[in-house]
Write a protein that binds this ligand. Structure first.
Ligand code: SAH
Ligand code: SF4
Ligand code: F3S
Length: 445
């Protein structure tokens, strides 16, 4: 008979939403590692399933309930299977999740997952555990130090959480709470540790990462200062950060783009709309013109920077003229890559109460905006053909002998080469551009 006492329990984690959830999922799996769990890639043989959820749009939230429905059979076959819901749906809907899906054993919000080990012990006793507090204590200080395993060449590192901006459409200030920055020394220590374990590129994460103001040396550090200090870490080759708010792009951060070689020439800077009337209604505290001026300054500091953004179409009261302003702003900026969404009504947010745009009108606008954004992306990628890029090799490709990595501009690049190049930055010449990636040939040194 198998020794069930020592056999590790299996944990299946499924992650939805933004990169911060990807980081949190890693930390939650590590926290449960201390309870004897190892990760598995399928829910079928799991002892615990943890969904790390996103509440940003209605579809994202509803997906969770259909996913939970799929686990009914597994739970019936294995009554010991534990099911947990973490992340922003957990925070926003709390007990409602349990009343809609009584088979859920555990609900944990994004600020309280350091308490997972105690919660796991509780559900093993057959009780239910629910924690959606915004605790006083810093969860990062309470999480155990990260395991020393070797890692892939890229990693996320959360430095700031929460948001005080309260855009009229957005749930994040409610699900993630107020803006908090991690102390700079802890961030630097975690970064050094990641590098020792094989990481060459770190993406600093925050809901408003450029609002970072982490405590250090009895004062506060800005994101620019943190980046300059990180750039001194030997073995760390690339630094990125996301997501930024236009109002927090200070002079020093703009200057850092021109001065810090390790800071990659890519910036995700959502603007949401090109209409000042709508921006005001969205509570964005910037105008289309101030955004365009900002882009000009960033491009002056780093002319080859590739810009990316987020857009919402069909925000309440958006007219054809407002939407035309958005198209015009996009034409002026020329984005390398963008995300665009139809406005989704989120309960509890100010915009939910306002008069909604007709769904077909919103769909039509989304199509038109996406056509323009795709055209810009294609043109910018096409212009890369024949150019030399530096590719951080991340993994083998689908075809034999093929490698996949990322260029400085975050383009996915496919090239042929030996897998021994994984983790290295190689020079390559772009030969072809396809929908979401580039093909290149390796250049010998
Ligand atoms: N903190 C980031 C983004 C958070 S959410 C920032 O401020 O840029 C990611 C994107 O989802 C947003 O930029 C926005 O474009 C989109 N989004 C947020 N709420 C939405 C809603 N209610 N409907 C549609 N899209 C939304
Ligand atoms: Fe949401 Fe606005 Fe905060 Fe971004 S800045 S997380 S869109 S409230
Ligand atoms: Fe979604 Fe929460 Fe991130 S709502 S986008 S998972 S902060």
């Amino acid at each position: 008979m198998a020794d069930t006492k020592t056999a590790p329990k299996k944990l299946f984690v499924k992650t939805y939403g933004c990169q911060m959830n990807v980081y949190d999922s890693e930390r939650m799996a590590e926290a449960l590692g201390g309870q004897g769990y190892v990760e598995t890639q399928t829910p079928d043989d799991a002892d615990m399933i943890l969904l790390n959820t996103c509440h940003i749009r209605e579809k994202a939230a509803e997906k969770i309930y259909s996913e939970l429905g799929r686990y009914k059979g597994l739970k019936a076959a294995n009554p010991d299977l534990k099911i947990g819901v973490a992340g922003c749906v957990a925070q926003a809907e709390g007990e409602e999740i349990v009343s809609r899906q009584p088979m859920v054993d555990l609900v944990v919000g994004p600020q309280s997952y350091h308490r997972l080990p105690e919660m796991e012990a509780k559900i093993r006793e057959g009780k239910r555990a629910l924690d959606t507090d915004f605790p006083e204590e810093d969860k990062f200080a309470h999480l155990k130090s990260r395991p020393k395993a070797k890692r892939g060449p890229t990693a996320f590192l959360t430095v700031q959480e929460g948001c005080d901006k309260f855009c009229a459409f957005c749930v994040v200030p409610y699900t993630r709470g107020a803006e908090v920055s991690r102390p700079a020394d802890r961030v630097l220590a975690e970064a050094r540790d990641l590098v020792e374990r094989g990481v060459a590129e770190i993406t600093l994460l925050g809901q408003n990462v450029n609002a970072y103001h982490g405590a250090a040396d009895g004062g506060e550090w800005s994101l620019a200062r943190l980046i300059r200090e990180l750039a001194k870490v030997d073995g760390l080759e690339r630094i990125r950060y996301t997501t930024s708010h236009p109002n927090d792009m200070d002079d020093d951060l703009i200057a850092a783009h021109g001065e810090v070689d390790k800071l990659m020439p890519y910036l995700h800077l959502p603007v949401q709309s090109g209409s000042d009337r709508i921006l005001k209604r969205m509570n964005r505290s910037h105008t289309a013109e101030s955004y365009l001026k900002l882009i000009e300054r960033i491009r002056a500091a780093r002319p080859d920077i590739l810009l990316s953004g987020d857009f919402i179409v069909g925000f309440p009261e958006e007219t054809d003229a407002d939407f035309d302003d958005t198209l015009e702003l996009v034409r002026q900026v020329r984005y390398g890559q963008c995300y665009s969404f139809k406005y989704s009504t989120r309960p509890g947010t100010p915009a939910a109460e306002r008069s909604q745009v007709d769904a077909d009108v919103a769909s039509d606008r989304l199509q038109r905006l996406q056509a323009l954004l795709n055209q810009q992306q294609t043109e910018i990628q096409q212009a890369m053909v024949g150019k030399e890029v530096q590719v951080l090799i991340e993994r083998p490709g689908r075809l034999d002998g093929q490698l996949v990595g990322k260029s400085q501009h975050l383009h996915a690049v496919h090239l042929d080469g030996p897998i021994s190049l994984k983790g290295q930055i190689v020079r390559a010449r772009v030969t072809e551009s396809s929908t979401n990636s580039l093909a290149a040939t390796l250049l010998e040194d």
